[in-house]
Design a protein. Structure first.
Length: 234
């Protein structure tokens, strides 16, 4: 007795293969009759489609070097190194950490930035036009707001270094915790970073969290608050 393999087509993406199966299910459809006359049955089509991996965006990237299970989230271009910087985030049904990749404009294959642990996300990259540098955030992938620091990556030398750490980030006024959930821009000399920063203000009985637009000097990790962000929440 031949056992039939159970095939699942449960997905939020509707591709041409799903439309094709829909046509075959319509017994009185002229197109379905033509297909059946040529030996194409619904069962055969389901078996063939189910045995092949999905080809839609976020499952099987077309460019060499990119992993499956991701979708493109942000694309940057570094003029100094003539290099694309790609941020990939997990597709809707996956619990994968965010990853960053680079490739020169004249090549096809991407290379991953760094080798982060499986529970660490590299995300929110920024770059500048005059230097071959990418600066990005590092967060725990499974913990919202668990900030690991900010890294700098040299595209030419492949050097990766921690340029802002939670322990060394400094603010002159009294405060509790500081953390950076989002990078906004990098100065042309790669010395100043504009960020969205979370600041815990210490008050009687606890702390209140405020959001600010701020700039950070990457040489001494000193924070300068620029504007309160009343419409931003963490």
């Amino acid at each position: 007795m031949r056992l039939k393999r159970q095939i699942s087509f449960r997905t939020r993406f509707i591709g041409t293969e799903h439309l094709f199966l829909g046509v075959l299910r319509e017994q009185n459809c002229f197109a379905a009759k033509l297909l059946r006359e040529r030996g194409i049955s619904l069962e055969m089509a389901r078996e063939q489609i189910g045995s092949n991996p999905p080809e839609h965006l976020g499952r099987t990237p077309k460019s060499p070097g990119l992993p499956s299970g991701y979708t493109s989230h942000r694309l940057l271009y570094n003029i100094a190194a003539e290099t694309l910087v790609l941020e990939l985030r997990a597709s809707s049904r996956s619990l994968l950490p965010t990853r960053l990749f680079v490739r020169h404009k004249n090549t096809e294959a991407y290379e991953q930035i760094g080798s982060p642990d499986k529970d660490i996300s590299y995300e929110c990259p920024v770059t500048c036009g005059s230097l071959p540098v990418v600066v990005f955030n590092s967060l725990k992938a499974d913990k919202i707001g668990d900030w690991e620091g900010v890294y700098s990556f040299n595209i030419n030398t492949k050097d990766l270094e921690l340029c802002i750490s939670p322990q060394n980030l400094r603010l002159s006024e009294a405060h509790g915790r500081l953390w950076i959930p989002e990078l906004l821009s990098l100065s042309d000399d790669a010395r100043t970073l504009c960020v969205n920063i979370g600041v815990e203000k210490i008050v009687s009985g606890g702390g209140i969290i405020h959001s600010y637009l701020a700039k950070v000097d990457l040489r001494d990790q000193q924070v300068s608050l620029l504007s309160r962000l009343l419409d931003i929440r963490f």
